[in-house]
Design a binder for this molecule. Structure first.
Ligand code: NAP
Length: 324
């Protein structure tokens, strides 16, 4: 089988495409023929050794995918050859065949295609967990989503709308804001041309927003925090801008704020039943047409470097996938 491998820490151009022996599933394991692998921003970090997950070399990037079960090891009961499945695996998916523990595999709903299924676990899983389980977002609250057209961002826009919130999309271009509006955002703030804090305050009649969803950090973080209402909740999702904002603790005290860390992958591993229940809800919403996962482009495995560079260059709305 063909595998995209990170054999040395570096850039997307250092990844190599290699022929490896077909894997054989051991007891309790499943071998899946990958049809679509969805990339995330953290794939650009993991190959540079800048992510919290640090796999031993060589490894394949790619944390989520969808495909067909090819063979199963001894004792597997959750699925059988021919089943259409999707999975989250932290890394290791950018290859033609992937072996996982049976507990990691989720049966795909009938009408969902491989490309959209591939990118559902991480982005929608993170955003639903953050908004429901961490922030306790309530109907009629105001939610501001930074990086609103990106993978986790657009998932937060869609889920926030479904949960009944008033969603303000915040992004670096009017095209990205239009994309977020098409998917349910009520308003938009372009933080490349305007002042995020002032705009969020203006759009809330001076009150401020109830919940901030922040996957970018950087210079926008403090402005977003300062635009929260009394008892606002600030969701720390990631630092795509590269810098970790240093939030003023005095404001957190004076305004009764909660700053909430969100590490969805670790939570999902520690709480498999709750994670599956969240995914079940997400898949139900997708089946009902209430969530519309968007795949902007699909690259062949040999063009993975171009796909990862598009993510780093902020060119992606929704998701980018690889076709092994
Ligand atoms: N906490 C968790 O459990 C969890 C789970 C999944 C992902 N994450 C994190 O969430 C963040 C976003 O992930 P994603 O896969 O959704 O990424 P993505 O699709 O690439 O979206 C990231 C967004 O960040 C904005 N951005 C601002 N500065 C940027 C820069 N210098 N380079 C690239 N993007 C920049 C861009 O929007 P604008 O151009 O509009 O600013 C972009 O749309 C990452 O930091 C990732 O590690 C965390």
């Amino acid at each position: 089988m063909l595998a995209l491998l990170c054999t040395r820490i570096g850039t997307p151009d250092d990844l190599v495409l290699t022929e490896l022996p077909d894997p054989i599933p051991g007891p309790g394991e499943v071998c899946i023929k990958a049809h679509s692998v969805s990339l995330n921003f953290f794939d650009t970090l993991i190959i540079a050794n800048k992510y919290q997950v640090k796999p031993a070399l060589p490894f394949s990037p790619g944390a989520e995918f969808a495909g067909v079960v090819e063979s199963v090891g001894q004792g597997v009961t959750a699925c059988k050859p021919g089943d259409r499945v999707m999975a989250y695996c932290r890394f290791g998916a950018a290859r033609e065949k992937v072996v996982l523990r049976e507990g990691q595999v989720i049966t795909m709903p009938e009408r969902l295609d491989f490309d959209r299924a591939a990118g559902l676990c991480v982005t929608y899983g993170t955003s639903y967990y953050a908004l429901k389980d961490r922030a306790g977002l309530q109907p009629a609250e105001t939610l501001a989503v930074l990086g609103a057209a990106g993978g986790v961002g657009i998932a937060a826009v869609e889920i926030g709308k479904l949960m009944g919130a008033r969603v303000i999309a915040c992004a670096s271009s009017d095209d990205k804001l239009a994309f977020a509006r098409e998917r349910g955002a009520h308003e938009g703030v372009n933080y490349a041309t305007g002042d995020l804090k002032a705009e969020l305050r203006r759009l809330t009649g001076g009150k401020g927003v109830n919940v901030i969803y922040d996957p970018i950090g950087g210079e926008q973080g403090e402005g977003a925090l300062r635009a929260m209402d009394w008892a606002g909740r600030y969701l720390v999702i990631g630092f795509a801008a590269g810098e970790m904002p240093k939030l003023p603790l005095n404001l957190i005290l004076l305004r009764n704020y909660d700053v909430l860390g969100v590490y969805w992958g670790a939570w999902a591993e520690r709480n498999p039943a709750a994670h599956r229940e969240n995914l079940r809800q997400i898949l139900t919403w997708v089946a009902q047409g209430k969530l519309k996962p968007h795949v902007q482009a699909i690259y062949p495995l040999e063009q993975a470097a171009a796909a990862l560079k598009a993510i780093s260059a902020r060119q992606v709305m929704g998701k980018i996938n690889l076709r092994p």
